[in-house]
Design a protein around this ligand. Structure first.
Ligand code: NAP
Length: 290
């Protein structure tokens, strides 16, 4: 556990790198066992539309982690000009491919594409990034299913640090379908009182200042300052902006928080770990049905 002296108090850094390493080691062991028992190597397929350099880096990181965990990966790249129909056809093909066990469509897709239609083309049993309506319903009702990977990773990190969620006021800034919305759903399922803020929220600081648990999921560098954070809050910075900068102004936030995720090394590694873990789980379930 890393304790950092900052400002007036001491804050604990939530080390996602170490927590993620443990999850990936367990996933690798489960993948090896599945290979030995059933001859199946879990395979994650990633799909990227366009050539955004940051998205390309994220996809490569996921492929590298798969390889290091003894898992297979496939990658499909479609041009920026690809249509919704072409993307849906690709995701449908991967959904039907018995050698693919998990599918990830890298977000965001170009604005001319109907992202919801694309997500729904992913077979629910291969939806290891938890983006389909099926996965959303499972998260909303607390039923078995795949959690959205980043929100799932955030919950795992909160658990890792023993953060009590029931009865706490959780404020989620951002409501995207891959991050803000599902993380609020998972926190609600664990009995937190959840407030969502977004670009139309009036007086954002009035909400963030009352958050016991603050999740920043905006995509704007250093957007939330320590002055707008409650003393002793748990701060989860899911933002990842150019220059390895989060959505929270780290120094001023660390001076107020009791626990805080660093960027990088907080939420990011947990996302990939949960993705790999869910891919192995998907492969295990699919192998059991053969
Ligand atoms: P997104 O789809 O662009 O959503 C951003 C959200 O922020 C939207 O809900 C938007 O509100 C809200 N927002 C924008 N301006 C705001 C303002 N002034 N005040 C309050 N809310 C505002 O982004 P995303 O995909 O969720 O990603 C968010 C960040 O997380 C990015 O930095 C991304 O790189 C990072 N991320 C990290 C990981 C990881 O593994 N670490 C994974 C995914 C994303 P509206 O809905 O009203 O537009």
């Amino acid at each position: 556990m890393t304790i950092s002296e900052s400002g007036s108090g001491s804050v604990v850094l939530m080390d996602g790198t170490t927590a993620a390493r443990r999850i990936v080691e367990q996933a690798a062991a489960a993948a090896a066992a599945l290979k030995a028992d059933a001859g199946v190597t879990p395979c994650l397929a990633t799909v990227l539309v366009g050539s955004d350099p940051a998205s390309l880096t994220y996809v490569r990181m996921k492929q590298n982690r798969c390889a290091r965990a003894g898992m297979a990966s496939q990658h499909v790249e479609l041009p920026e000009s690809a249509t919704t129909a072409e993307l849906v056809a690709t995701l449908t093909r991967l959904s039907l491919d018995p050698d693919v066990h998990g599918i990830l469509l890298q977000h965001p897709v170009p604005t001319h594409i109907d992202e919801r239609a694309a997500f729904e083309a992913i077979a629910p049993e291969k939806d290891v990034d938890g983006v389909t309506s099926h996965s959303f319903a499972a998260m909303a009702f607390g039923e078995p299913g795949f959690a959205s990977a980043t929100p799932g990773g955030i919950l795992r990190l909160l658990d890792e640090y023993g953060v009590e969620l029931a009865g706490k006021h959780a404020v989620v800034v951002g409501r995207s379908p891959i991050l803000g919305k599902p993380v609020g759903m998972l926190l609600l399922a664990r009995n937190a009182t959840v407030t969502y803020c977004h670009s139309k929220t009036v007086d954002l600081a009035a909400y963030t200042r009352h958050a016991d648990i603050l999740v920043a999921a905006v995509g704007k560098p250093r957007f939330i300052d320590g002055a707008d954070i409650k003393s002793g809050a748990v701060v989860i910075d899911a933002g990842y902006n150019p220059g390895n900068v989060g959505d929270v102004e780290f120094d001023s936030a660390a001076a107020k928080a009791s626990l805080i995720t660093p960027v990088p090394g907080g939420v990011g590694p947990m996302t990939i770990a949960v993705l790999l873990e869910q891919t192995v789980a998907a492969a295990t379930r699919q192998a059991a049905r053969i």
